[in-house]
Design a protein around this ligand. Structure first.
Ligand SMILES: Nc1nc2c(ncn2[C@@H]2O[C@H](COP(=O)(O)OP(=O)(O)OP(=O)(O)O)[C@@H](O)[C@H]2O)c(=O)[nH]1
Ligand SMILES: [Zn+2]
Length: 367
């Protein structure tokens, strides 16, 4: 774990790391921010390949069964064209010839992409097998700590976090406008990369039957600035008021910005949406699935707060399923709406039609 988190910092800074897969060493670097593919080739002693996710390839009309595939790169490669190959809208890069050399990803390539995802970068990686005389140079850089090496299986597992290992770090009384008797309890994931907050409103333990619960994924633009592109800010405030009115409960504020893809990618996705894509397709163009969130951390927080039966405030069927799978009894669901406006109606429609959210009541008002 320790090595993985340091590797993620290096990846985010644009540095290469070594991923060890069996007896092979791969030099791995994020596509995002790469200045020179040739420099990676020189360091590794071999020609790099570009690893793309299944979702990205599907958005280009290529279907594969593996989670990712890699494309060996020609000797002369333009970094900007490569970047476009990983994130630009489909029509521009519908080039079967270019993609004909695709190979299904092995453990090393899958580990490389997992590191990019956990680092909240575009999920596209450059990899090059360490070979020939470069191996001595790499070994020396590893020995001096200039380069880090991680195991491919550890890299692949990093997305799952470390269930059961969440740390309860600190807490304080924070009176809220809509719920004066509130406490913020902060939890930190064991690798130190993400923090989540449980807002405990009133006395949830007084509910014998089921605790009112909101699991809210962070949305900087909506929650903090009142963006009209989504319904998050209003849902957040309504949730606090509803929980207070229900006699207390818990709001889990989860560090899952952009359905787990991070703020940088969400902004990219918004720009793609301005080009005509819906919220699900835009994420897919960037290489992500419909919803990248994992609620294991929420289940851990509920365990830490001694909550096992809930009344969930959501319109999202996936959240209910995730809690049930985590052993939390979802006794009832309560709808939670934000207002429909000219800027968010496409987004809310897509949530209903593409992701099965229960939004009929809101959307039926639009006519
Ligand atoms: N990738 C992406 N994320 C978005 C977009 N619009 C909003 N989001 C994110 O979607 C998430 C919405 O979180 P929630 O409101 O907790 O959940 P939900 O899936 O809408 O389900 P509810 O419980 O019914 O509200 C937040 O993390 C937002 O940042 C978008 O267009 N693209
Ligand atoms: Zn939002």
């Amino acid at each position: 774990m320790y090595h993985i988190e340091r590797a993620i910092f290096d990846i985010r800074r644009g540095l290469p790391v070594v991923v060890k897969a069996g007896d092979q060493q791969l030099l791995v670097q994020a596509l995002e921010g790469i200045e020179s593919v040739n420099e990676l080739a020189r360091l590794s002693g071999s020609r790099p390949s570009l690893v793309l996710t299944r979702h990205r390839l599907e958005s280009m009309g290529v279907s594969i069964t593996a989670d990712a595939a890699y494309l060996p790169l020609a000797a002369q490669v333009d970094e900007r064209a490569l970047y476009a190959l990983a994130v630009a809208q489909v029509e521009q890069y519908d080039s079967p010839a270019l993609l004909s050399g695709l190979q299904p990803a092995g453990m090393g390539e899958r580990g490389a992409v997992a590191l990019m995802r956990r680092a909240l970068l575009i999920p596209a990686a450059l990899i090059a097998v360490v070979s020939g005389s470069a191996a001595d140079d790499i070994a020396q850089r590893l020995a001096t700590g200039e380069l880090l090496e991680v195991d491919a299986s550890d890299a692949e597992a990093c997305l799952a976090g470390a269930p059961g290992m969440l740390k309860r770090v600190s807490e304080a009384r924070i009176p809220l406008e809509d719920a004066v008797d509130s406490r913020f309890v902060l939890f930190r994931e064991p690798d130190g990369l993400r923090e989540h907050v449980a807002v405990v409103i009133g006395r949830p333990e007084a509910h014998n039957e089921a605790v009112p619960l909101r699991m809210h994924s962070a949305c900087l633009t909506g929650d903090l600035f009142g963006s009209l592109r989504c319904d998050c800010g209003e849902q957040l405030r309504n949730a606090v008021a509803d929980i207070e009115a229900m006699g207390g409960g818990v709001l889990l504020y989860l560090a899952q910005e952009g359905r787990g893809i991070g703020l940088a990618n969400k902004l990219r996705a918004y720009t793609l949406q301005d080009g005509g894509l819906d919220t699900v397709d835009a994420d897919q163009v960037l290489g992500f699935g419909d919803d990248e969130r994992d609620y294991a951390v929420a289940v851990d927080m509920l365990h830490a707060l001694d909550i096992s039966r809930v009344q969930l405030l959501t319109n999202n069927p996936l959240k209910m399923r995730a809690l049930r799978e985590g052993g939390i009894k979802v006794v009832a669901r309560q709808a939670l709406y934000g207002r429909l406006n000219d800027h968010n109606h496409r987004y809310l429609n897509a949530k209903a039609t593409r992701a099965g959210h229960f939004l009929e009541d809101v959307l039926s008002n639009q006519r």
